[in-house]
Design a protein around this ligand. Sequence first.
Ligand code: HEC
Length: 168
Amino acid sequence: MEPFFVAFPLHYGNLTSVFRHADNDASHGSSLIAHRTIFAALFLLFSAYSAYVYTAGTKALNAEPMNDRARHGQQLFQRNNCTACHQIYGLGGYMGPDLTNVISRRGRAYASAFLAAGTQRMPNFHFKQAEISALLAYLDFVDATGTYPPTNYHISWLGTVSQADDPR
Ligand code: HEC
């Protein structure tokens, strides 16, 4: 961030003298040189901006890749249409609560009890124990990808958004 701000006035100084030169001098050759200088300066700024955005600007969470059990859980989640009533990252039906962070907020035992027995408002799917642990593995996986809803986020001067207090 710092060198970018420091460098900009220097480029700007060069650019103004280039503009003045181009206005006063009618000769085609030197205005072509001026245009090239402006283009080169803009290209350099664009390159520096791109390099920043694609490196420092993107910091992914260290989520584990999805393992086989979690993948099985994802299939069960889709086949039984859990999203008819539940959301992940706010997307889905609104009869039940959002499940993005149900494991870290409520715990595996709590989630497991809902899957094993249902409630008055959530159906009992009569899952086998292996299916329950697959669904828990999937919910674990989702939980590790981030926090929903984001509570404390930071907008940088470039316009990139990061989450300041993600516990993971
Ligand atoms: C017909 C709607 C419906 C479907 C389908 C459904 N649920 Fe639910 N679920 C609910 C409701 C409503 C609650 C809240 C129940 C309560 O408090 O009595 C709930 C609660 C839960 C909870 C506890 C969440 C919390 O924060 O308290 C979990 C975990 C859960 N469901 C997982 C699932 C999974 C996994 C599936 C798919 C296999 C599923 N549900 C399918 C309606 C549904």
